[in-house]
Design a binder for this molecule. Structure first.
Ligand code: ADP
Ligand code: MG
Length: 264
């Protein structure tokens, strides 16, 4: 068994009186790529914020890398892309490269808050990886929504985190960039050994990339592998056969796509 990077025990959470998360328990292990899916308002972002200590907890326990959240200090191990709310201010005075650099600088203290040689090459690598190296000096406000999104993704991965948490990262991306992005995250997961929690609406796609599915609707409806999801009669009853197999992606008989065949 690989080490747990995230463990949650009996977490419940309410905003004022209305419960948003009910009795959540789960463990994410090193190397996992978790697709976190659920309807709008099902508590996905709230759960992510709780994991990051951005939401005060009253009920339940969370640990990161086997440390209780309250004692956890190794934030450099975590890359986070929050869910986007609208566009950036077009006059925000920073270029793409500076935004990516913030992913490194925000973790530094005092006098060391400057970009060194090694930092510079990490920033370049992250921008190359996302195909935005040529946008380096462009003011962020002048970029398209999809380009801005790639800048923020580069910021989340520049520190080569052990756990990457992405909250609906593909909404502003065009279909082609979205596919490339899924592949990129898959590569980081496998070769970079980066554990991933990927929140998405794209329920018909995530099963091609993630190895675990967390389906949330204020409580855990399902957490486990896609094969188990596919075989579960409980999930067939919950989703209906058709949707169950759209989600599980284990029966794609599309001869055009050899990759899908390989994964069945
Ligand atoms: P998701 O990310 O799955 O769409 P959220 O975690 O954003 O869901 O929201 C879950 C529920 O909590 C929704 O009903 C939402 O309206 C409510 N909610 C989210 N943030 C707040 C907040 N800061 N104050 C009060 N209610 C909130
Ligand atoms: Mg959300």
């Amino acid at each position: 068994m690989t080490v747990p990077v995230l463990a949650i025990r009996n977490l419940s959470f309410s905003y004022n009186a209305s419960p948003v998360l009910t009795d959540i328990s789960l463990t994410v292990r090193a190397g996992d790529y978790v697709g976190l899916v659920g309807p709008n308002g099902s508590g996905k972002s709230t759960l992510i914020r709780a994991i990051l200590g951005l939401t005060p907890l009253r009920t339940g326990e969370i640990s990161l890398f086997e440390e209780p959240l309250t004692a956890f200090r190794d934030w450099h191990k975590i890359g986070y892309l929050p869910q986007r709310i609208g566009q950036v201010n077009p006059h925000f005075p920073a270029c793409a490269e500076e935004i990516v650099a913030l992913g490194l600088l925000s973790l530094k203290k005092g006098f060391s808050k400057r970009v060194g040689e090694e930092d510079r090459s990490r920033i370049n690598d992250a921008m190359e990886l996302l195909g935005i190296a040529d946008l380096r000096k462009k003011p962020i406000g002048e970029l398209s929504g999809g380009q801005q999104q790639r800048v923020y993704i580069a910021r989340a991965i520049v520190n080569q985190p052990s756990l990457l948490i992405l909250d609906e990262p593909t909404t502003a991306l065009d279909p082609e960039t979205r596919e490339r992005f899924y592949t990129l995250v898959g590569d980081l997961n496998r070769s970079g050994n980066m554990s991933v929690i990927f929140v998405t609406h794209d329920i018909g796609t995530i099963g091609r990339y993630a190895n675990r599915l967390l389906y949330l609707d204020k409580k855990i409806i399902f957490f486990g592998g896609f094969d188990d999801f596919c075989r579960s009669s409980e999930m067939a009853a919950y989703f209906g056969n058709y949707s169950q197999h759209i989600i599980c992606h284990r029966h794609d008989h599309d001869a055009q796509d050899p990759e899908l065949h390989g994964r069945r």
